[in-house]
Each structure stands twice: as C-alpha cells, then as structure tokens.
Write a protein that binds this ligand. Structure first.
Ligand code: ZN
Length: 111
C-alpha cells in the first residue's frame, strides 16, 4: 500500500475537466508563490491563504493558476490548500490561457 506518514492514502492526480472559461476568469487568482494577482481586475499582492475574495472588485476566488511548473512547487501549493481546508482548485495555467486564446480567436471571426 502506498501510504504516507500521515496515514493519508490520497494522492494528487491531475484530472481533465471541462470548465466554463468565462466563469473561471471571474474566479481566478494568478499566483507566483504565496502572493497573487486577481484575474478580474489585476490587483496585486493577494494572499491565497487569506484573501477569499478580491478587496477591490469583490471576485470570490475558486481557482488558482500558477506559472510554476516544478512538481515540488506545485506540491507545496496543493498541500497548503489541503492543510488549510480551502475551497480552491488549482488549474493548469497554460491550458487556461490556450482556452481563452481560442475563444478570443473565435470571437475575431464572428460577424
Ligand atoms: Zn479584483
């Protein structure tokens, strides 16, 4: 059995899910480390462990996206979210940006 010291058998596994890109955009916090930027109004210096919503535009954060790609760094973020019992989902920033770009491109061709 694959079990860690805490007796917790759960592990992080990446899951593909269909998300409403526009909805995600309104509930997204971009993070670099502990601090991040509101996806809606670009307010800087938000702490994802403390700021459940944006003090400027009022967006309630449900999703986090990060530029970090090191599994160790990602693991730290996930562990913090779990430890604090936060209702946040970490999404792959590259995937999200690709989806947003596709939507933007599609809009360009709308008449
Ligand atoms: Zn904001």
């Amino acid at each position: 059995m694959n079990q860690d010291s805490s007796g917790n058998k759960t592990k992080f596994v990446r899951v593909w899910r269909q998300l409403d890109v526009e909805e995600v955009k309104k509930q997204l916090l971009y993070i670099d480390d502990l601090y991040g930027t509101c996806g809606s109004c670009k307010k800087l210096g938000l702490n994802y462990l403390k700021d459940k919503n944006c003090p400027d535009c009022g967006s309630v954060f449900k999703y986090l996206a990060t530029k970090l790609t090191q599994p160790g760094e990602i693991g730290k973020i996930l562990s913090r979210i779990q430890k604090e019992g936060l209702d946040l989902t970490l999404i792959e920033r590259a995937d999200f940006e690709r989806s947003s770009a596709q939507d933007a491109a599609r809009d360009l061709f709308k008449s």
